[in-house]
Design a protein around this ligand. Structure first.
Ligand code: M5T
Ligand code: MG
Length: 242
């Protein structure tokens, strides 16, 4: 099943356990198909929790999370897995071949699809320079990759499943300018046409977001696009100045 990727949160509350004071309170917003939503806020504000609700890593204690007007609880986990892609700060690579790492979310992917995903992720060229190309083994007894290379493999993996919804944990670790440029290009490519959530650690990646949600202690304390939030002189402006 393919989804369009219209996302709605209606008064969502999340508590991880009975005693806990709650990770999210009264979260409501819409993210239209193909739009970019930035999430920003200090550590523990609830950014990861919010995006995790989409994949049903956890379920809302109250309120509803909808994809295309259907509650996420009505989708199978398999459908959610096929439609939601992740590129995380510390994306997990397996002790396996590059090929297997790219097609991890879609084991039936053809070699053509894998190469196409790698090209769009700006990873094809460095892969071809490795001793066994796409068959190069990664991990403990295999090849070590740089942070920037790992990130591009993770982007290729996300492109490979062709998800309608994409979650990016934006932090690019310390990489050189050229790698940074390639990663930005790859991210731009992978975001195309997908409903994207960017958990931003740098404001620069939020300048073009359709909406930005500023989270503090589980609540949305401010929302708008970059220009609106800068002129608001509120929490976003304070983060921006740091
Ligand atoms: C929000 C708690 C966490 C914090 C709050 C993912 C997760 C979070 N929490 C749990 O108890 N169990 C969990 O599995 O929920 O945390 P977050 O959503 O991780 O916040 P963040 O992503 O904005 O923070 P960071 O540090 O990644 O910028 O009370 O303990
Ligand atoms: Mg987080």
């Amino acid at each position: 099943t393919c989804v369009d990727g219209n996302v709605t949160f209606n008064q969502v509350h999340l508590k991880y356990s009975e005693g806990d004071q709650g990770a999210l309170y009264d979260i409501s917003f819409e993210a239209k198909k193909g739009s970019v939503t930035g999430l920003i806020g200090s550590t523990g504000a609830g950014k990861t929790s919010l995006t995790g609700l989409l994949s049903r890593f956890y379920e809302a204690t109250n309120g509803e999370v909808l994809i295309d007007d259907i509650s996420v609880t009505d989708y199978s986990l398999e459908t959610l897995r096929r439609n939601i892609g992740f590129v995380l700060q510390e994306s997990f690579l397996f002790s396996s071949s590059i090929k297997a790492n790219i097609s991890f979310g879609k084991p039936e992917a053809t070699m053509d699809e894998i190469v196409d995903a790698a090209k769009r992720a700006q990873a094809h060229d460095f892969i071809m320079e490795l001793p066994d190309g796409y068959n190069t083994m990664l991990g403990e007894r295999g090849m070590g990759l740089s942070g920037g290379q790992k990130q591009r493999i993770a982007i290729a993996r996300a492109i490979c499943i062709n998800p309608s919804i994409l979650i990016l944990d934006d932090a690019t670790s310390a990489v050189d300018m050229e790698t940074e440029f390639q990663i930005q290009r790859a991210l731009k490519e992978v975001m195309k046409g997908r409903t994207t959530f960017i958990i931003a650690h740098r404001i620069s990646s939020l300048k073009y977001a359709n909406q930005i949600l500023v989270l503090e202690e589980g609540r949305i304390v401010e929302r708008g696009n970059h220009d609106q939030l800068v002129s608001n002189n509120g929490p976003y402006q304070r983060i921006y100045e740091i």
